[in-house]
Design a protein around this ligand. Structure first.
Ligand SMILES: [Fe+2]
Length: 285
């Protein structure tokens, strides 16, 4: 398995500061949520990907947190950014809503009618439950996004299929919660899983997920000395970026919004454009 990530859009002035200045800028600039998310282009290579899906592009939009810190104009800019990427498929990997019921309205107004040739799908995150499970699912549906909450869909391209599944959030109150049996299938499909919290990746692997897309961590959100040393590390070692385990891949988005406090330090908001390729196992990261 092979994974490469790089950012394609920088603001201009930090580059003029030189390497050291840019590093300081990136680590210590406060309240950067006012800026647009970056586009992080991610290349993931997996030998089991059907040839028909070689080159598939997936825009991952995670942790939007529509709410008091994610205003309508910023949401509109995120939507425009996603549209410009023109991906084959769009996935929302949880925390679409920050916490208030009214946040559902913000989300729907911003993303209603968003489309992609192979569909737009979404799962729930822990913050969606703060606004309410039913409301959060209804918000996805009202925006025209197919909810995959312990559900799976067959995505077809050029005569081949892959299994796209989504699980409920780990912190959902019982009787809700993640049900990995949605990955069960006897027909050898490539399995792409949407799972909000990356610490469930070992469970996803046990159930055969070839590629798992997660969010939740916000890249640590406040990581003044690097993502590896953020508080998110207390909950999971999968904080941001791509991870490889045997024949399984995980990608953890740093997400668009913020939770709890309107502050990011050392980790930029991002929308991810993931390109999938079929290929032989290559060097790990
Ligand atoms: Fe979040």
């Amino acid at each position: 398995m092979h994974a490469v990530t790089y950012i394609t859009r920088h603001r201009r002035w930090p580059a003029r500061l030189g390497w050291g200045g840019e590093g300081l800028y990136s680590r210590f600039r406060w309240h950067r949520e006012r800026s647009l998310p970056l586009v992080r282009r991610v290349l993931l290579v997996h030998p089991r990907l059907p040839e028909a899906f070689d080159g598939l592009t997936v825009a991952q939009v995670s942790d939007v947190h529509a709410g008091q810190f994610m205003t309508p104009d910023r949401l509109e800019k995120v939507r425009a950014l996603v549209c410009r990427l023109a991906p084959d498929m769009i996935v929302f990997t949880g925390d679409q809503l920050d916490r208030r019921p009214v946040d559902a309205e913000l989300f729907v107004q911003a993303f209603a009618g968003l489309s992609a040739p192979l569909g737009v799908y979404g799962i729930l995150g822990n913050h969606d439950y703060l606004a309410g499970r039913e409301l959060a699912v209804a918000a996805l549906e009202a925006a025209g996004i197919t909810p995959l909450v312990n559900e799976a869909a067959l995505v077809q391209r050029r005569g081949a299929s892959l299994l796209l599944a989504g699980v409920d959030d780990l912190d959902a109150p019982r009787p809700f919660g993640p049900d990995f049996s949605v990955l069960q299938t006897d027909n050898g499909f490539f399995k792409l899983l949407l799972c909000h919290q990356p610490r469930l990746w070992p469970e996803a692997i046990r159930h055969g997920a070839d590629l798992t897309l997660s969010g939740h961590t916000h890249g640590g959100q406040i990581s003044p000395i690097g993502e590896r040393f953020s508080v998110a590390r207390l909950a999971t070692r999968f904080v941001a970026g791509a991870y490889v385990s045997g024949s399984h891949l995980l990608y953890v988005s740093r997400g668009v919004g913020v939770g709890a406090v309107p502050l990011r330090v050392g980790t930029l908001p991002e929308v991810d454009l993931i390109t999938l390729h079929r290929g032989q196992p290559a060097a790990s990261l």
